[in-house]
Design a protein around this ligand. Sequence first.
Ligand code: GLA
Length: 389
Amino acid sequence: MSHPIGDVAERAAAGFTAQYGGRAAGRWAAPGRVNLIGEHTDYNDGFVLPFALPLRTVAAADRQDGERWTVWSELSDETITFGPDDVAEPGRVTGWGAYVAGVVWALREAGHLVPGARLAIASDVPLGSGLSSSAALESAVLAALLDLGGLELPAERQPRLAQRAENVYVGAPTGIMDQSAVIRCRGGHALFLDCRDESVEHIPFDLDAAGLAVLVIDSRAPHRHADGEYAARRRSCEAGAKALGVAALRDVTVDQLDAALAGLDDEETRRRVRHVVTEDQRVLDTVALLRAGRVRDIGPLLTASHVSMRDDFEITVPEIDTAVEAALAAGALGARMTGGGFGGCVLALVDTDRADAVAAAVTTAYAEQGFTTPNTLTVLPSPGATRLD
Ligand code: GLA
């Protein structure tokens, strides 16, 4: 996955100096994420198991007088400035700046006195690949503003605030997974998150010790109607829960599934419900295997998750399905789409010494179909958002 030359933290510091002169007061980093398993379960009060990527977004920042926020990003090499009127209500700043203004808005709305600030943003998290570049940006900015202003907001409450920035200010109806992963993950672990009460358990995910790697394949499929389809899936799930008389689909267990499905008269809703209920169980089963140190054995659960997303939730696209099939045919232990769907990335669990061969097999399959060459990268579970200096 290509990104600008040089270390991302150095690029943020150099960008700060070039834009504003002098040195930043500090640098704050927030990673992208992949979700190991548990897709479209977060907004159903269910379970997810993401881990943070080594790819990060870094904000170099200091305070400035007054209620004024100035932000430069290397991605567009553009500087935006906004003030109190722009964060008085959602939607006034648009484009990438909305994620920054949204955080200022959400902090103010929660009663915080947000300091004026100048920020320079650099990022290795690719945009539009389903690796949570938006949550990484929000979380790096949030961490910077909290520290610069001496504001108190415990880490476990930060994801909701960043999510509000995205849901209300930006207007994307996403769940709590991405911001939770970006802020709360730990190196070497996956984050087992109960999206109902936001309790977490850090599950050891030691790929090296198992001789395994996670290969991330950026499908490079254009995000076709992703926003509208995401919202439509949410509505189906809510309709399913309502018809079944439960607060959320999390409240249906796999043991109750057949009876629940029999009580639904719409075939599409039945498929959506089946995905969510079985996916929650796959997360629990994956966590149980990881707790038992059986990393290799999670492969079939990953693949079953993909099949469920493809056939029941209907959120995959030909590029994604091609990548999964080619990876499995080349010896991956399991493979699945990760993230919201309609494009984005596939992850494959592979023996470390097979990673290159699996990546090559996917590239060949893509060429045969005439798809844009995919980007591939092996990743290890990395730390969540942090202050660098
Ligand atoms: C996107 C959303 C998340 C989650 C996933 C699907 O990444 O931002 O909240 O719903 O899709 O699991």
